[in-house]
Structure formats: structure tokens, C-alpha cells
Design a protein around this ligand. Structure first.
Ligand code: ZN
Length: 101
């Protein structure tokens, strides 16, 4: 971050966006309110990425949380719409491969 070379060597390479990536309908985080419980974090990307992605399970639904740490607005998390596990897995793989953003 801040244009400095990352010293982190354990993370996945940053995804290279495809020519026409699927644009996820990110929206303000609602999981805590809707489910009145903390989501269970199943997977996450390294915090040294400008955008951190987390795969969450909450109340039997699955969603991806998106936190842009580089936009200077205090890193407000956004979420994808909750889906079934397979759909969230597919979206997760698309994000990590640069096919969705
Ligand atoms: Zn890292």
C-alpha cells in the first residue's frame, strides 16, 4: 500500500482483471443487522491487497465481503448479495482469477 513494495510473500498474486470482468453488485453491509450475529469468515485475501475480500457464511447464506482499503474513506465494507454456497464459491473463484470485480 501507499505505493511501497509489499514485504508480504505469503499471499496469492493480485488478480489481473479480464477484459470484461463480471461486475459484482456490491452494496452496503447488511449481514450483521439482518442476521443479528457475526458472520463466520470462511476465506479471506491478504490484508496487503488494496481490496480485501472475505468469504462469509451467515445464517446459512454465503456472501463475499469487499473492503477497499485504498480509497481513503475509512475502508467501509461492502457485500455481495447472499447466495447458496456453490454460487458464493463460484463468485469467489472469479474474483481471485480476475473474472469478477
Ligand atoms: Zn500479502
Amino acid at each position: 500500500m501507499n505505493g511501497q513494495q509489499s514485504t508480504c510473500d505469503h499471499h496469492l498474486p493480485l488478480p489481473v482483471l479480464r477484459a470484461e470482468p463480471k461486475h459484482v453488485h456490491w452494496r452496503p453491509t447488511q449481514s450483521a443487522k439482518r442476521f443479528a450475529r457475526r458472520p463466520h469468515v470462511i476465506a479471506w485475501t491478504c490484508a496487503c491487497w488494496p481490496i480485501v475480500y472475505e468469504k462469509l457464511m451467515v445464517g446459512g447464506s454465503y456472501l463475499i465481503r469487499h473492503t477497499n482499503q485504498s480509497d481513503g474513506s475509512g475502508a467501509v465494507p461492502l457485500e455481495s448479495p447472499p447466495t447458496r454456497h456453490e454460487e458464493a464459491d463460484t463468485l469467489w473463484r472469479k474474483i481471485l482469477s480476475g473474472a469478477a470485480t
